[in-house]
Design a protein around this ligand. Structure first.
Ligand SMILES: Cc1cc2nc3c(=O)[nH]c(=O)nc-3n(C[C@H](O)[C@H](O)[C@H](O)COP(=O)(O)O)c2cc1C
Length: 156
């Protein structure tokens, strides 16, 4: 059974921002944004190492990783658990480099790729769905798109 299924692929493709948690040497959590997440196959996701020294250091010592990817409008997403390996060559590296180059040219120095062997995927939803039995995704999406749209472009 595919752990990286069509629903998870869709959210990764549309959101393009995830948060990756690894374990620091002292056991504390390290939570780090990763905009380069891509689905690789039905058991792996990948992201670029551009500027993630602590994530890479942690994975080399302990492969435990959990990644969150959420749609802030529908208030739904996934928690991806797995084992992360850092590679400095190979098709996964070429894939993340290619995706970043198509979007941003050669702006980013990609020094490696984190390849996550996915061991579990759990859907996660906002409490909006849990505590309001009539909650409809379309209404929640409209409400939150309005909230984001109403935000001033410049912070005061
Ligand atoms: C929106 C956003 C997206 C980012 N995407 C990536 C990424 O895909 N790869 C990367 O290496 N760093 C990325 N970064 C930068 C790292 O998150 C940042 O350098 C962080 O401090 C690294 O922490 P770490 O060493 O604990 O991983 C991103 C930062 C932001 C704010």
């Amino acid at each position: 059974m595919a752990l990286v299924d069509a629903a998870l692929r869709a959210i990764i493709a549309t959101q393009k921002l995830s948060y990756a948690a690894t374990v620091n040497p002292d056991g504390t959590p390290n939570l780090s944004p990763k905009g380069s997440i891509e689905a690789w196959d039905d058991r792996h996701v990948i992201c670029a190492d551009i500027a993630s020294p602590a994530t890479v250091r942690n994975l080399r010592a302990n492969p435990a990783i959990e990644i969150n990817v959420l749609d802030p409008f529908s208030r739904r997403g996934y928690r991806i658990r797995g084992r992360g390996t850092v590679k400095d060559a190979g098709p996964e590296l070429e894939a993340v480099k290619g995706a970043l180059t198509r979007r941003f040219g050669d702006l980013y120095p990609v020094t490696g790729v984190v390849v996550v062997e996915v061991t579990a995927v759990r859907a996660v939803v906002s409490p909006s769905y849990m505590f309001d039995p009539g909650a409809e995704e379309s209404a929640i999406r409209r409400e939150w798109m309005g909230i984001y749209k109403a935000r001033p472009v410049e912070a005061d």
